[in-house]
Ligand binder design. Structure first.
Ligand code: RB5
Length: 129
């Protein structure tokens, strides 16, 4: 499975944790996010990930900002992308099962790390019904 991840300045720490966690599980993930703490424009990163998903260069995408909301709003503007802010494991499961979601948008500021790890695991392992 080919994965792509992106983040703004509010998602740097969570991005690092998620990428490390994915590597531990054997996933390869392309990182197109920012790594400096300077303010960055989340729609630019959202578009990079969304366009790569739309172009079928990657199977699933992960976006991280402060809330996950801005990334989802921006990514959903790209054809073929089904992105949503996801803050719980049941929503991650339903997002895959019922919506065939292909870009999960995480909150780097308001959701616990362990919950975010479980959201990602669920997003990557749940099939569309
Ligand atoms: C940045 O402060 C914040 O607005 C951004 O990360 C995101 O949460 C927007 O939706």
């Amino acid at each position: 499975m080919k994965l792509i991840i992106g983040n703004d300045h509010a998602g740097i720490e969570l991005k690092k944790e998620i990428v490390a966690h994915l590597h531990e599980q054997g996933y390869i993930v392309q990182d197109v996010g920012v790594d400096t703490g300077e303010r960055s424009d989340y729609p630019i990163v959202a578009k990079a990930v969304a366009q790569a998903i739309s172009d079928k260069e990657y199977d699933l995408g992960i976006l991280i900002c402060g809330t996950g909301i801005g990334m989802a709003v921006a990514a959903d503007k790209v054809a073929g992308v089904r992105a949503s802010s996801i803050t719980s494991v049941p929503f991650a499961e339903l997002f895959r099962q019922h919506n065939n979601g292909n870009v999960v948008c995480l909150s780097g500021r308001f959701v616990d790390l362990e919950v975010n790890k479980e959201i990602v695991k669920t997003f990557l392992t749940t099939e569309f019904e």
